[in-house]
Design a protein around this ligand. Structure first.
Ligand SMILES: C[S@@+](CC[C@H](N)C(=O)[O-])C[C@H]1O[C@@H](n2cnc3c(N)ncnc32)[C@H](O)[C@@H]1O
Length: 223
């Protein structure tokens, strides 16, 4: 695992706290336009035990209409405060946990579904995070995601150039992450349900992909 003290310090730095404090205000317009219908579609029918990784201020919480319980993991203290407040307002058993995707303090095979929205662009060690998610998912479980990925064509090249600057400006977000390749490398089978290019379109965050990733069984090891 390559998570460093610096990564934790980034979330708790002045700019990290600023990002957390104003995140809801910054995303309000997008949320009203396409976030809410999308979250309703993605989470309204989920049942069983759900884990949300990088739950932020809890934007998804009101949409888990049928889930039995939710564990919401969030490492940034400022975001977590909002998450705890929002958890009090939903009719769902919610446990908020201070942890990072790369090291989940949760048992094996514990969840039917893991949810990631707008977070896998930010985790520092993506392969470690995907391994951890596989570990905590029960064998027939699924990862449900909505994430932005590196664009094909010229926009992807622009993202490569902007990525270092954007990472500093936007709370550690990687503008050019090849997420679908990372899923496959980590042994997941990916189903893409929708590719979204919302307007206004920022070169750092397009396209978005809504999909599911199912861990494939690991090949049996011989003694
Ligand atoms: C852009 S916000 C998205 C929040 C929420 N999922 C949503 O859809 O609104 C990204 C969140 O990921 C969290 N995060 C950053 N690094 C993380 C990590 N290594 N593991 C888990 N969450 C992380 C941030 O603190 C932040 O709350």
């Amino acid at each position: 695992m390559t998570t460093t003290v610096d990564d934790n310090a980034r979330l708790e730095s002045r700019s990290g706290k600023f990002f957390a404090r104003y995140y809801d205000a910054m995303t309000q317009r997008a949320e009203e336009k396409w976030g809410r219908p999308l979250r309703t579609l993605m989470f309204g029918e989920l049942t069983g035990r759900v884990l949300e990784v990088g739950a932020g201020s809890g934007a998804n919480l009101p949409y888990y209409a049928k889930a039995d319980s939710l564990v919401a993991v969030e490492p940034a203290s400022e975001m977590r405060k909002k998450l705890v407040r929002r958890a009090e307002d939903v009719p769902l058993d919610v446990q908020v946990v201070d942890a990072r995707a790369e090291r989940l303090p949760l048992p094996d095979d514990a969840f039917d579904t893991v949810v990631c929205t707008l977070v896998l662009c930010t985790v520092t060690d993506l392969p470690a995070a995907l391994d951890e998610i596989r570990r905590v998912l029960r064998p027939s479980g699924q990862l449900v995601f909505f994430e932005h990925v590196r664009s094909p064509g010229a926009v992807g090249l622009v993202q490569d150039v902007l990525a270092p600057l954007w990472r500093r400006a936007a709370g550690g977000c990687h503008a050019n992450r090849r997420l679908l390749t990372a899923f496959r490398d980590a042994g997941y089978q990916v189903r893409i349900h929708e590719v979204v290019r919302p307007w206004p379109r920022y070169p750092t965050n397009t396209p978005y992909v809504r999909g599911t990733a199912v861990p494939l069984p690991r090949p049996a090891t011989r003694d």
